[in-house]
Design a protein. Structure first.
Ligand code: AR6
Length: 183
């Protein structure tokens, strides 16, 4: 499923984010930036030790990365030039600012991509695995955040891709995209 937002193609597909040929892939990281399971583990495994080394340098400079923010490294052995490590919120029921923090993780990632003149970026479904954010709600937050960024901020992006690992996740994002208000 895909749609245009201005000059940018927004694509939803099922797949493995480590295999995407895009300028930047986004990692669903944690505040330590030192790796973990899920998509984080897959990216570090596929990208090799260089990515973790760069993360450690960032940690030495600025400690870690707060929830809602993102940092950027090279892509190591991946075909992507950059990995953007975004930290989404852990789901605590929905009243702890989770929506805003999740939107912020997407916005921070897009700003870094734009600052590095990326023309394409691939996102996983941040926070909906180990962090247990309900995927139906996360999909709406993610798509609205991306659309708002693409409309309001200057950027170089021609394609934004959501790479969903499971069929149910893809279906949730498709439903959310179809339900996005035209405004
Ligand atoms: N490609 C695309 N999506 C993937 C892949 C892949 N190769 N592997 C998993 N997913 P999670 P979170 C999906 O748990 O919820 C880590 O330990 C997965 O099915 O990776 O933000 C970090 O270090 C799910 O839909 O990230 C943090 O500690 C989505 O990616 C914590 O987990 C996100 O699931 C972050 O939790």
């Amino acid at each position: 499923m895909e749609t245009m937002i201005g000059k940018t193609r927004l694509v939803l597909l099922r797949g493995d984010i480590t295999r995407q040929s895009v300028d930047a892939i986004v990692n669903a990281a944690n505040s330590t930036l030192l790796g973990g399971g899920g998509v984080d583990g897959a990216i570090h495994r596929a990208g090799g030790p260089k990515i973790l080394e760069e993360c450690k340098q960032i940690v030495a400079r600025q400690r870690g990365c707060v929830t809602g923010d993102a940092v950027i490294t090279g892509g190591g052995n991946l075909s992507a030039k950059f990995v953007i490590h975004a930290v989404g919120p852990f789901w605590s029921g929905g009243d702890r600012g989770e929506d805003g923090l999740l939107a912020s993780a997407y916005r921070s990632s897009l700003r870094l991509a734009a600052a590095h003149r990326a023309t394409s970026i691939a996102f996983p479904s941040i926070s909906t695995g180990a962090y247990r954010f309900p995927v139906e709600r996360a999909a709406g937050v993610a798509l609205r955040a991306v659309r708002a960024f693409l409309r309001a901020e200057s950027h170089t992006l021609l394609e934004v891709r959501f790479v969903l690992f499971g069929e149910a996740d893809l279906a949730a994002y498709e439903t959310a995209l179809a339900a996005l208000s035209p405004a």
